[in-house]
Design a protein. Structure first.
Length: 342
């Protein structure tokens, strides 16, 4: 076999959502901070295209690049590459990265609990992993400060009409709609319609409502649309269905940790959730994340919460992605049958 590029990957998923981790073969990108490094990755696109585009990737895949941390207290750092964005933070990807770091032996595992401080592009996140018999069984991630942005906003969506939406930030930016009001029961057979409709709503929200993060002027768009199910009270806590449409048009297989954080921020802003409550969200495949509010805080003068989310991750394989010098598609390709028609 001949190759002019070899990238070493440990593949993983968190509650169904793929989050592969690059552990070798890629030099750290330039930048004084992890955020600056992630902006370089986003602008350059060479690595993103190589690992996310077909034939090595696909719209279903996220890929994370391990890099040396910049913060002196951080144990590891990573850059998240999603199909369309290179975001500040991701819940499912943080669980995948933590699982790979511990189950892969990159960071020593301490049983029954291992604690780590990881550096995401958007800032530091605390991780607590429940470990047994050499396996990180459940990952708890204390997320970035999350906040409600604009609530009860009218939104015109072509072909649908006027919707009432909430917008918020949970490590990434969300527009939220009531799934039931949109005619969805949040079942697996609705995934195609949710993906396509969510992409339209997300674009409309960016164009009409806009987004501004109080401390990160680079993030001015909405990444996702959350179709939220009704909140039910159970003996174990609050529970709701969740389906998140990810650009350019797919549905998260997990319940989406940043969506859970963003929804908790909205519920807290409305006085419907406190630090005494927990919220479990259920994906279209039946997987769950559970969240709680650690404390109320503020970011850049905006009221916010510190959320903690938890879920499970599993390693699925080890891969070496190669590039034959005669391959006519060195950065891969995309077709709208799976990548979403614009």
């Amino acid at each position: 076999m001949r190759s002019i590029k070899t990238i070493h990957v440990i593949s993983a998923h968190a509650e169904g959502e793929v989050g592969d981790v690059i552990v070798g073969g890629v030099r750290p990108p330039p930048g004084e901070t992890i955020w600056e490094q992630s902006r370089w990755i986003a602008r350059d696109n060479t690595l993103r295209n190589f690992v996310l585009n077909e034939p090595r990737g696909g719209v279903f895949r996220h890929v994370n690049l391990l890099v040396p941390p910049k913060h002196p207290d951080a144990d590891a750092a990573w850059i998240i590459m999603e199909p369309e964005d290179t975001p500040p933070m991701s819940g499912s990807n943080s669980i995948c990265v933590s699982t790979v770091l511990l189950d892969g032996g990159i960071i020593p595992m301490v049983e029954p609990v291992t604690e780590m401080l990881l550096e995401a592009p958007g800032g530091l996140v605390k991780v607590r992993a429940e470990c047994r018999n050499g396996k990180a069984e459940r990952i708890f991630v204390q997320n970035l400060p999350s906040f409600a942005y604009k609530l009860d906003q009218p939104l015109e969506v072509e072909g649908i009409g006027t919707l009432t939406v909430d917008t918020s930030f949970g490590g990434d930016s969300f527009v939220m709609v009531d799934a039931r009001a949109m005619g969805f029961n949040l079942t697996a057979d609705e995934a195609h319609d949710i993906a396509r409709l969510g992409a339209k709503i997300t674009k409309a929200a960016t164009d009409q409502i806009g987004f501004r993060h109080p401390t990160n002027p680079d993030w001015t768009h909405y990444s996702f649309c959350l179709f939220g199910g009704p909140i039910e009270k159970t003996p174990e806590g609050l529970r709701a269905g969740a389906a998140v449409s990810i650009q350019p048009g797919k549905v998260d297989r997990s319940p989406t940790g940043t969506a859970l954080s963003a929804r908790m921020a909205v519920l807290h802003a409305r006085g419907q959730m406190t630090t005494a409550d927990s919220l479990t969200t259920v994906s279209l495949i039946g997987s769950t994340f559970t969240g709680r509010i650690v404390e109320a805080t503020e970011i850049g003068g905006v009221p916010a919460i510190i959320p903690e989310i938890s879920g499970r991750g599993w390693i699925t394989g080890i891969h070496q992605h190669m590039l034959d010098p005669s391959d006519p598609w060195p950065e891969g390709y995309r077709l709208t049958d799976t990548w979403g028609a614009r």
